[in-house]
Design a protein around this ligand. Structure first.
Ligand SMILES: [Cu+2]
Length: 536
């Protein structure tokens, strides 16, 4: 006992927990205990992934001799939904015209994600009287796996009439349901041809990629590589006073001003080419639950305004990335993070304490990277449509990647070709004006407006550090500063510039090639997902 006292602190607390006396009857052999008092049960990771696969619009085909038993034609539509972190499946089955009207659907769907082996699902159709009429037993198609949840999924199985006595022979009625592919923003809300032509050009793709890569990788480059980039004119900022975008001094070196300024400059050019270029006035809402508003559910999954969040994809050899994608694309992150940023970045008190560089750096590293990835659809190889779950190799400049379909938001080589890029960058840009108003309110006159390189900007002072924000090499070299590295005297110069930028990118990204062993172990990730942090 003395020993116990001395080591008392190490004894698990459960030993001391008071155990209540139990005079309850004991069950006999073969008797089953029903569930005890309930606990709040969120979906497991695998159930949540299954839910992501199920949620959406399905085209369902009824087959078999008795396929008419539901009283519906052979081709119908199935809508499935699972609430956030939910374990139950709800939805509707019926004619597309009914489902898109205010009339009650032909059938309601009711099921849950418990009690079935992985990839299998049971649900019932309820008639207008609320009585379960048919049971569907479904199997998720295996093709899904090889497409990493980015292919078109199918559910197939058989249907049982719940009013038919079990003693009678089963009827011959099966179904196959194919999930509709998520319609891309470019299909719903395409950019104007003139703007698109500028954006997809090799010059601009490489300009945008190298502009971000040079700043993002600067802190990782050894002196030789830094001089090599300086030799090309592609160091981020003035020579020997460069401004890297990540690392310990990111908020003190003015890189945040470069981030805001370059994108404002880009926006001005884009608006000149497409004057009605839309902007978000607030961050788009997550979808409503299907039973709350069926029409809104359909509109969301039809991506009617191009602002719906595309489904998460699964990267088979990168569990951490898969989890992170699922998290930032889930409805919860809208309420836990995005709405908080939205509030802070429009809050005069919050903004008035930040220099423009601090604000820009904060925005760039958190909400900006997340916006890119929340609204990203998996990269697809433009030659065959196959998903490339970890993004294209950053220095792969094969012709097919230059096609307009490559508008993957997760990579600065392609992100600016996506219409959503312009909506959220316009929203971010409007926050600069909130920042200006905040400073006017709290210390009027301390921030002065000034035009810089044709852009409505600010003069250096207590809250603004940089007089000449970085637009690419030409503003610091001898070229035409107005255009920030995208206007060229002739085709020859343009082609040379393309080769220079490819070289610059090889240098900026070479830090990754130096550690081939490390690369082998860590799978490739989309650019804007490279700094992800997963909280478990
Ligand atoms: Cu950018």
């Amino acid at each position: 006992m003395a020993g116990l006292v001395v080591t008392g602190a190490a004894i698990p607390a459960v030993l001391y927990a008071r155990r209540e006396r139990d005079y309850d009857d004991v069950l006999e052999a073969g008797q089953r205990l029903t569930p005890d008092e309930a606990t709040v049960d969120a979906a497991s990771a695998s159930a949540a992934r299954f839910a992501d696969q199920l949620r959406g619009i399905w085209d369902l085909r009824l087959t078999g001799v008795d396929h008419g038993m539901l009283g519906l034609p052979a081709n119908v539509e199935l809508l499935l939904d699972v609430g956030p972190s939910g374990r139950a499946v709800r939805g509707y089955l019926g004619l597309p015209s009914t489902l898109r009207s205010e009339k009650p659907a032909e059938y309601r769907v009711q099921g849950d994600l418990t009690g079935m082996p992985e990839g299998q699902l049971r649900w019932r159709l309820l008639g207008s009287d609320g009585v379960p009429r048919y049971e569907f037993r479904a199997l998720l198609d295996e093709v899904w796996g090889s497409w990493s949840d980015a292919g078109s999924a199918s559910l197939n199985g058989r249907i049982v009439d719940l009013q038919r006595p079990l003693a009678q022979a089963e009827q011959d009625c099966q179904f196959v349901a194919i999930k509709r592919a998520f319609p891309e923003a470019r299909e719903r809300t395409p950019l104007a041809p003139a703007l698109l032509a500028w954006l997809v050009s090799a010059e601009h793709r490489l300009f945008h990629q190298l502009w971000h890569a040079s700043r993002d990788k600067w802190r990782r480059l050894d002196p030789d590589k830094r001089s090599a980039l300086r030799g090309l004119g592609w160091q981020p900022g003035p020579r020997n006073a460069e401004r890297g975008a990540r690392g310990r001094r990111k908020h003190l070196n003015g890189s945040g001003e470069d981030f805001f300024f370059m994108h404002r400059h880009m926006l001005a050019r884009a608006r000149a080419l497409q004057p009605d270029l839309p902007s978000w006035h607030e961050l788009p809402q997550p979808p409503v639950f299907i039973e709350h508003d069926r029409q809104a559910f359909i509109r969301y999954h039809d991506n009617h305004d191009g602002n719906s969040v595309p489904p998460a994809w699964v990267v088979s050899d990168d569990e951490e990335l898969s989890q992170w994608l699922a998290q930032i694309k889930a409805d919860n992150s809208h309420y836990s993070n995005f709405q908080v940023w939205e509030s802070q970045y429009q809050d005069p008190e919050y903004l008035s304490r930040l220099t423009l560089a601090q604000f820009g750096s904060e925005v760039e590293l958190n909400i900006h990277d997340w916006l890119h990835m929340r609204w990203a659809t998996v990269t697809r190889d433009p030659s065959n449509g196959m998903p490339v779950t970890g993004d294209r190799e950053q220095s792969d400049y094969a012709t097919r990647w230059f096609r307009a379909e490559n508008d993957f938001l997760g990579d600065p080589f392609s992100s600016h070709i996506n219409p959503v890029f312009w909506r959220f960058h316009a929203w971010l840009d409007a926050r600069i004006e909130d920042w200006y108003r905040a400073h006017q309110r709290y210390h009027p006159g301390e921030v002065l407006r000034r035009e810089v390189n044709g852009v409505n900007w600010f003069a250096p002072g207590r809250w603004v550090e940089v007089a000449d924000p970085w637009l690419g090499p030409l503003t610091h070299g001898c070229g035409n500063g107005e255009q920030g590295g995208v206007a060229f005297e002739s085709q020859v110069a343009a082609e040379m510039e393309v080769e220079v930028m490819k070289l610059g990118l090889r240098i900026a990204l070479s830090g990754e090639e130096k550690v081939p062993d490390l690369l082998k172990r860590s799978p490739r990730r989309p650019w804007y997902a490279r700094n992800l942090k997963v909280v478990r």
